[in-house]
Structure formats: structure tokens, C-alpha cells
Design a protein around this ligand. Sequence first.
Ligand code: KIV
Length: 266
Amino acid sequence: MQKITTVSLSEMKQQQKKISMLTCYDYATSLIMNEACIDVLLVGDSLGMVVLGYENTLPVTMDEMLHHTKAVKRGNSRALLVADMPYLSYQVKKKDALKNAGRFLKEGGAEAVKIEGGREMAKIIKAMLDADIPVMGHIGLMPQAVHKMGGYKVQGREEKQAQALLEDAKILEDAGVFSLILESIPQELARKITRSLSIPTIGIGAGRYCDGQVLVVNDMLGLYKKIHPKFVKKYADLSSIMKKAFTDFKEEVTQEKFPDEEHSYK
Ligand code: KIV
């Protein structure tokens, strides 16, 4: 088994091998993703919406993120494990950002952290690297900035904004991120950014030209129905499968068909 590291991702870009990444929030799913050889597991702060039922990602806390990072770590053996820094855990004071990022590695067992933001994050990224914490960047649609952006909208459609994203990507690369998430931007812009960087880009709603792709696991399994962006491909409809299992169980209990002899002790 080849353990995937931040260095492996850079080698994959050089060798033109596409990177697969999924969000993951628990031990059981982590084991299955490892069996499927998914390259990167991200304990995303999307946890707040798809697992904890919050309206957006803003209320997610460090304790919640750490709790789930530890669970994913227990099931992970091969993938690179990245933890997402929640809102206000890195934006206010450098000292707090370093301490919080460090907790993900020290207590959570993560191997890197991810932060949202463009050029304004360059200083904090450099400080994290000085503390030996690898950082993944995230630009384009940034869910933690949902109120500033006025909703979950495609970014970089206008020339000025596209240029700013291109510049941000370069600044983040220079600051030292090992990889960059591009969320909800036109695919031609993602292609331009991907070509201009030597670090790998990982797209979500950014088209086919990125060096890798990421999806939110609950979206691709058909388990989260509140928001349905165009870029989400449903690889399974687990919601229907689970509903049928629960309904069948209820019916068998009600009709006294379960438990039968096979599922009872003598
Ligand atoms: O939290 C998350 O799930 C993410 C992905 C959208 C990349 O940041």
C-alpha cells in the first residue's frame, strides 16, 4: 500500500495522474473510502450542514471538527487526511490560527489543514508552514463567506473577478500551499489557473481541467437534498435504499415477522 502524502499529490500532477478526493466524517466511511483507494479524505466543515443539520457552515466549532477528524483518522490508512479549519478558527489572530491548526495534527491525527481565502491568507499560511503544518488553499466559492457573496453563486464569471482569482491562486502557491481547491468557477478559468500553477488544483464545480476532483460524500451518495448544485453527480441514491430498509424493518416488527428463528438465540 502506498501512503498518499502531500508530496504524492505533487508527483501525481507531474505524472498527469488525476487526484480523487471526497469529504469524510466518520470511521465506517473512512474504511470504505480506503478500500476504494480514494487519494484524499477531507473532513470538511460541510459536516455542519450535511451531518449536523446547521443552515450553513458558519456555526461549526473546533471541537466538532476535531471529534470527526479523530473518527476518520481511525479508519484511514492510505489516504492523505486533511482537516478543514472552521469559521473564525484562523481569521482573527495568528496565534489562535496556529494553535487551532496544530490541534488538528496533534490531537486529530490530520496530516494537513485547509483554509478558505485568497491573498489575505498568505501571511497565515507562511506562519503555519513555519510550524510544519501543510496547508491546502480554497478559492472561488467560499462557503464561509456565503453572506459576503450573497449566496452560493458561481464565482469568476466577470473578467476582473477572474483575474483576481488567477492572482490569488499564484499568491497562495507562492505562500506555500501544497494544493488548491477551486470551487464553483467556470471551467476555462479553472484550466487557466491549473496551467499556471505547479501545485495541483482540485476542483468542485470547476470542470474537467483541474488536477483532481472533490465532492461532498453526502451529495454524491444522494443523502443530502436541501441544496442540489449543478456540479453534483449522484453516484448512488442511498436515501431511497435507507428509507426502504427502515420501512421494511418497521413493517416486519409491526407484523411480528422480525425477529424470526434465524435471528434468535436457542
Ligand atoms: O467543507 C467542504 O466540504 C469543502 C469542500 C466543498 C471542498 O470545503
